[in-house]
Design a protein around this ligand. Structure first.
Ligand code: SF4
Length: 328
């Protein structure tokens, strides 16, 4: 079969996967950094466009700190574990996570365009949930047989890394389920690999005939390049609702002014801030945690400086809870 590599696939293939190469590209001496010696199970992956938003020579760059594997990941923090939000207990059938009433998560792939060191799914056994054709049929059967499910959330990994054919099939099947009112997509791709948002992809989303909600994931205003802005404008022109979720990360975005700028920039691109998550307690991520009292101060600063609709909801996830819990 003739298989044409598209621009986004080429960019993904050219993403940085070696820490030394990334550091030298950014004019940073890798010897000066407390790097993690071995991280094969969750390797480095950063698209070049995202690296272009980093400041050369600055080891404290807030985008670099999100992707750099550091020795701090080895430190043990009490209460941190492999599956902090109880996803494995909520697997209804392979590929389907059913936690909340009326909504299910469909894990379309375990792959991501960027590997975020703070990720709560960094230890997730995606292999066990990988959707073969047979498992996919089971997943659709599960959703079809439950009329109370009104929304499917395509998740991952990053669902927009799935190739056009498979994603088109998946979307078409979901589009045919009458009781679904919406399809939601959780993706960091529009921010870290905007070339993936092609006209063909947008057509496939619209062909479902259902309202589409795309929840982006940006943590810092520097992530919103001109290309990201242009992609958001196109998505909006296609009638896609755009929201953003961020994770509150120590040393990266844990100050009110940074998050105010993020909200303003998101709004300028037609994106509304949705959630600001307290860090999920996944093993290897404790050094990113911001304590609750500080988080509340930050959000209070946002309330004092922004209209209410630009202040994201501060939430945390607890395994077994019926919904995300507001932190107030
Ligand atoms: S893109 Fe999302 S799922 Fe993937 S590593 Fe980053 S936070 Fe985790």
């Amino acid at each position: 079969m003739d298989y044409k590599i598209t621009r986004w696939q080429q960019e993904l293939a050219e993403a940085f996967s070696d820490v030394e190469t990334l550091c030298r590209h950014l004019q940073i001496d890798p010897e000066s950094l407390p790097l993690l010696p071995n991280f094969k199970s969750f390797p480095l992956r950063v698209p070049r466009g995202f690296v272009d938003c980093m400041e050369p020579g600055n080891p404290d760059d807030p985008l670099l700190k999100q992707v750099l594997p550091l020795r701090e990941e080895l430190r043990h923090y009490p209460g941190y574990k492999h599956d902090p939000v109880g996803d494995l207990n909520a697997v209804a059938t392979p590929g389907v996570i059913h936690k909340y009433r009326g909504r299910v998560l469909l894990v379309a792939t375990g792959a991501c365009a960027v590997h975020c060191r703070y990720c709560f799914r960094r230890n997730f056994p995606y292999g066990e949930l990988q959707l073969s054709i047979q498992k996919l049929q089971q997943a659709f059967a599960y959703i079809e047989s439950r009329p109370e499910i009104s929304e499917v959330i395509l998740s991952g990994g990053d669902p927009l890394l799935v190739n056009d054919d498979k994603l088109g099939h998946l979307l078409a099947r979901l589009g045919g389920i009458a009781h679904l009112k919406r399809i939601r997509v959780h993706s960091r791709v529009p921010v870290v690999l905007p070339s993936r948002i092609t006209p063909l992809l947008m057509d496939k989303l619209l062909e479902t005939g259902k309202p589409i909600v795309l929840v982006l994931h940006a943590n810092h205003p520097k992530e919103l390049s001109a290309e990201v802005g242009s992609i958001c404008a196109q998505l909006r022109q296609h009638g896609i609702t755009l929201l953003n979720q961020s994770v509150l990360l120590k040393g990266i975005n844990d100050d009110g002014e940074t998050l105010c700028r993020l909200s303003e920039q998101l709004f300028a691109h037609g994106v509304l801030p949705y959630y600001l998550h307290l860090l999920d307690h996944a093993s290897g991520t404790g050094h990113f945690a911001v304590d609750e009292a500080r988080a509340k101060q930050i959000v209070q600063h946002m309330h004092c400086n922004l209209p209410g609709y630009l202040v994201p909801k501060l939430v945390e996830e607890q395994a077994g809870a019926a919904h995300k819990l507001p932190v107030c």
